[in-house]
Design a protein around this ligand. Structure first.
Ligand SMILES: Nc1ncnc2c1ncn2[C@@H]1O[C@H](COP(=O)(O)O)[C@@H](OP(=O)(O)O)[C@H]1O
Ligand SMILES: [Mg+2]
Length: 269
């Protein structure tokens, strides 16, 4: 499977889905309709889902698609899949409702329980983050040339490490704050959706501890982007983070780690 060839068409599909979301997000009656019944969210989610699923089906008719909006597929069936597309058509739904721009579309290709290709699109910024196994991670703004991204080493000021930690706006913040106490100097930033993992991948944050529930479509695209940028996404016991291995689609708690030379095990245990 020459999955590298899928990157360009998947970027295009992401953009099309992002445009469908933006059409609703920027509509004149968005505010009033969100206040009354959240229907713009449902519409945006479903439109994005259909654009992505139709696009992927046309691209690779033989590869099944699992989307947050079509998650009711039994493990008995999913367990037969060696390769499948794993999709979150609108990640950061609460941020979409809050209208703070921090939402993404996530498309990942999973092969033998590991992610081999991932594309995250940020509609409001017209920005893509993408990666494929062994070919590096990239950021692309609009039609500009894609730039290679990588994690950073933790900055040192006066011989002391200064960590930037990124966390959810809404989930598990108390546990993250507890964890931060282990670090002599830290700055805490909040972001919705997969943007947190993109920040680690592009060297703007050092650590994202996720000590609250997520599902497999929330992390898959970001995992390969972080890994190809030189970082890691691992379980809190530092074991490997895998996909499609069980009946439910919930993830274990995890850490996204930047700087590979950092002794994260010692710091976080
Ligand atoms: N109780 C729960 N179980 C599973 N996933 C949850 C959850 N609460 C939140 N999430 C996941 O966390 C994501 C939001 O995380 P964050 O706060 O970091 O942006 C949601 O993505 P969606 O917005 O796609 O639903 C959702 O998938
Ligand atoms: Mg999500």
């Amino acid at each position: 499977m020459n999955y590298q060839e899928y990157l360009a068409p998947v970027l295009e599909i992401s953009k099309k889905a992002g445009n469908a979301i933006l059409e609703i997000y920027q509509s004149d009656d968005f505010g009033a309709r969100i206040k009354s019944d959240n229907s713009p969210l449902t519409e945006a989610d479903l439109k994005s889902h259909h654009v992505i699923v139709d696009g992927l089906k046309a691209l690779t008719p033989e590869i099944p698609v699992l989307s947050e909006e079509s998650k009711g597929i039994s493990f008995e069936q999913r367990n037969q899949w060696n390769t499948f597309w794993l999709v979150d058509p609108l990640d950061g739904t609460k941020e979409f409702i809050a209208r703070n721009d921090e939402f993404t579309t996530n498309i990942a290709l999973v092969h033998n329980n590991k992610v081999i290709l991932g594309v995250i699109y940020v509609p409001v910024l017209d920005t893509y983050y993408f990666a494929s196994k062994d070919h590096g991670a990239f950021k692309q703004v609009g039609t500009d040339a894609a730039e290679k991204i990588s994690v950073r080493t933790v900055p040192v000021v006066n011989n002391e490490k200064h960590y930037t930690i990124v966390a959810s706006r809404r989930h598990g913040l108390d546990k993250v704050q507890e964890l931060c106490k282990k670090m002599p100097h830290f700055e805490l930033a909040s972001r919705g959706s997969s943007l947190k993992m993109c920040l680690v991948a592009e060297g703007q944050a050092d650590l994202y501890p996720r000590l609250a529930p997520t599902s497999e479509w929330d992390t898959a695209a970001a995992q390969i982007i972080v890994e190809e940028a030189g970082g890691e996404l691992i379980k809190t016991d530092f074991s490997e983070f895998l996909y499609n291995t069980k009946e439910d689609l919930l993830n274990p708690h995890f850490y996204v780690l930047g700087d590979a030379s950092e002794n994260w095990r010692e710091l976080l245990s």
